[in-house]
Write a protein that binds this ligand. Structure first.
Ligand code: SF4
Ligand code: F3S
Ligand code: FES
Length: 250
């Protein structure tokens, strides 16, 4: 297979202003979009800002939008696009730009800190916890998250609505609340907490209208909506309908 000259249109700029610029970059068989960004950096734009680390879809650093779709650039094969096609690469839209393709994702760290941590059962030392295999498997899926924040980027609740960021933690952190709520050893409630109520009040669960866009872009194929957000909504509805039943079930 012969290489070709690929057409890239890349957003260049900073927090104040920016524009899309066109480039032609050599492409080789089997390459991914991140390879071309690196070649662009090496040959034409030494100051191009692009975040990456593993080049294996595991660190979650190289998130951007390719033709408007949130993607890991290291896992996006050039062969998805025609050789004549112009491929547009822009920074994630939901977070403020620092420079070029690099955004300030600190919103996510703030939201992460707002979720009360796993609360271990009283009277047990680490190493003495026992769980059923089915409970382990349930949270295993959520633990595959690589924190790429593509789900956060795509969710319409905050994508073009910065004003909602204050009250909405986004699919990734609502999923974290769900994971803890499903954890059979989590004793947050015994200490006066209530994770479904916190999901509603502190993390904006009610903003989510189950569009599933988050699930569609997740590179780890986590069932964010079906396995975390919907069950969390159901738990909230159950406990509001039958608050004592909840206590007895636990
Ligand atoms: Fe990325 Fe999926 Fe984790 Fe969201 S849930 S941050 S899309 S890996
Ligand atoms: Fe947003 Fe996902 Fe809900 S995209 S609206 S969090 S299902
Ligand atoms: Fe690590 Fe893309 S560089 S996920």
């Amino acid at each position: 297979e012969m290489g070709y000259r690929a057409r890239l249109r890349v957003w260049r700029g900073d927090a104040d202003s920016g524009e899309l610029r066109d480039y032609e970059v050599d492409a080789e068989e089997g390459e991914v979009v991140l390879d071309l960004l690196h070649r662009l950096q090496a040959t034409q734009c030494p100051d191009l800002a692009v975040r990456w680390n593993c080049k294996a879809g595991k660190c979650g650093s190289c998130s951007a939008e390719v033709n408007g779709r949130p993607r890991l650039t290291c896992m996006t094969r050039m062969s998805l696009f025609g050789e004549e096609e112009t491929i547009t690469v822009t920074p994630m839209r939901t977070f403020p730009v620092i420079k070029d393709l690099v955004c300030d994702v600190s919103y996510n760290y703030v939201k992460a800190r707002e979720v009360p941590a796993f609360s271990p059962p009283g009277g047990l030392e680490p190493g003495e916890y026992r769980m059923h295999q089915r409970d382990v498997e349930r949270s295993q899926e959520f633990r595959k998250c690589i924190e790429c924040f593509l789900c956060q980027d795509t969710c319409h609740v905050i994508r073009d609505h910065s004003e909602n960021k204050e009250s909405f933690s986004g699919p990734r952190f609502l999923m974290r609340v769900a994971e803890l709520e499903m954890h059979p050893l989590d004793s947050h409630e015994e200490k006066g907490g209530n994770r479904p109520e916190e999901a509603r009040g502190d993390h904006g669960l009610g903003f989510c209208n189950i569009t599933k866009c988050c699930t569609e872009v997740c590179p780890e194929h986590i069932g964010i909506t079906d396995n975390a957000l919907i069950p969390l909504k159901e738990r909230l509805a159950d406990q509001r309908y039958d608050p004592l039943g909840r206590l007895f079930r636990r």
